[in-house]
Design a protein around this ligand. Structure first.
Ligand SMILES: Cc1ncc(COP(=O)(O)O)c(C=O)c1O
Length: 440
């Protein structure tokens, strides 16, 4: 039986000095486990427990924890005394940018930030500067960061957002106090996979952009229906707003060229983070040059400000270069490996749940997965709120953790397989899952 006495003690101690006891309070969960080491597919907590990890630092650690090649690049940069100068260009940022644009050919130029939230912030700002419009559309159940434009309806309860309205828009249920109402009135929230709602909003407001995860991966794995992303592209072209793909989660995890290379839709701007530097903090905003060049617009009144003392921090940038090189390596065959493991896991989970008589649906895209306790693939967040068995999901996750399989203990959170996982890890996971399902 797993115990978390030291973890609980640590939380209590930290509460004296950290508001809420934990940095970034979306990490707070039940149980609250304090992890102190990660190696490959495994993480270890302060109580000495070991887990096969599918949380992967909120999907950032795609190669696995403490990847040797990434660590080596970081160590080399450290010993080469690459320092943060904050003046002039650097060879590291140039090397990374070139590599990035080669990996994601739909992106013509980039800027580098420290987090995904900064990248989405800048993408929206560019869209407003380009279109000279203020209103934006975001997606119910999507997550695009913490800032005023997008910190809305983050896994909100049905009571807060209300039943489905279609076509239509939903109230901005801010996940943060302190967002000015003048700001939230500019943000229109609609359901995913619902083009009619986009048209509804377009009739009423001058829209600068729609920002969305091309697959909703902050409420599991909700895939675009046929024609949806194409429809958004056509509407953007017809109405002159920018289509922004937030690929912070989908980028690099599903393909070197981002999910846009799979769905073959070119957004105007895209944002990346997480897997791009295998757990080191780096965000990217990239896209069509005519839009990206607003950062360097010759007319000062048109220019979009981008700044950040730590942008393209040398150690982080070195980690990102090493990550992209490994992801591009045919010898490493990262994608072949993780997709194979994903398929084995999906098949095994289907076999286990088939015999329970319980409604379920195993959703997967490559190495990312989520088991829903409902009888069909979810179409949008309302579909999940109305049909998913949240109580069972909670129990399921808790019991898996007690068996040494770590998925974040919050219903509908997506799991991530890394390159460091092995077929044996998946076999152990399935065995433990079988026990857990039998015990609930
Ligand atoms: C799709 C998506 N966009 C943006 C972000 C924000 O990135 P960050 O946490 O690096 O600010 C996240 C984080 O989970 C995300 O999942």
């Amino acid at each position: 039986m797993y115990k978390w006495e030291k973890s609980a003690q640590l939380l209590q101690e930290n509460e004296r000095w950290i508001s809420g006891g934990i940095v970034s309070l979306n990490r707070k969960s039940e149980p609250n486990i304090c992890f102190n080491t990660g190696r490959g597919s495994r993480v270890f907590d302060v109580d000495g427990n070991e887990y096969i990890d599918y949380q992967a630092g909120f999907a950032a650690s795609f190669l696995g924890h403490n990847d040797a090649d990434v660590n080596e690049a970081v160590a080399k940069t450290l010993t080469n005394n690459s320092v943060l100068m904050g003046a002039g260009p650097t060879t590291l940022e140039g090397e990374f940018a070139q590599l990035f644009c080669q990996c994601v050919p739909t992106v013509e130029s980039i800027q580098i930030t420290t987090t995904g939230s900064e990248a989405t912030y800048h993408a929206i700002r560019i869209a407003r500067a380009v279109t000279k419009r203020d209103h934006i559309i975001v997606i119910q159940g999507g997550y695009n960061g913490w800032h005023n434009d997008v910190s809305c309806n983050v896994i909100s309860a049905l009571d807060d957002i209300g039943e489905r309205v279609s076509p239509g828009e939903y109230p901005y249920d801010s996940s943060s106090a302190g967002v000015p109402s003048s700001h939230s009135s500019l943000v229109h929230i609609i359901n995913y996979n619902d083009l009619e709602s986009v048209k509804y909003v377009l009739k009423r407001y001058e829209i600068a952009a729609i920002i969305l995860e091309p697959i909703l991966q902050n409420i599991g794995i909700v895939k675009p229906q046929e024609g949806y992303l194409e429809g958004l592209r056509s509407l953007a072209d017809a109405h002159g707003f920018l289509l922004i793909f937030d690929e912070v989660k989908t980028g690099f995890r599903h393909a070197l060229g981002g999910y846009q290379s799979i769905c073959k839709i070119q957004p105007d701007l895209s944002t990346f983070g997480k897997a791009v530097a295998n757990g080191y903090p780096l965000g990217v905003i990239g896209g069509k040059r005519k839009y990206m060049d607003y950062f360097a617009h010759p007319d000062k009144k048109e220019r979009v400000l981008i700044a950040g003392t730590f942008n393209a921090f040398p150690l982080t940038t070195a980690a990102a270069i090493a990550t992209l090189k490994k992801l591009s390596s045919p010898a490493a065959d990262v994608y072949g490996h993780v997709f194979k493991l994903g398929a084995i896991l999906e098949e095994g989970l289907n076999d286990i749940f088939k015999s329970t008589g319980r409604p379920y649906y195993v959703a997967r895209q490559g190495s990312a997965f989520c088991t829903y306790f409902m009888d069909h693939a979810p179409v949008d967040f309302h579909d999940i709120l109305n049909n998913h068995d949240f109580k069972y999901d909670n129990q399921y996750r808790r019991k898996l953790i007690e068996q040494g399989i770590f998925n974040f203990p919050l219903p509908i959170k997506q799991g991530s397989i890394s390159y460091a996982h092995t077929e044996n890890d998946i076999a152990i996971t399935l065995e433990k899952t079988k026990n857990v399902v039998a015990s609930i």
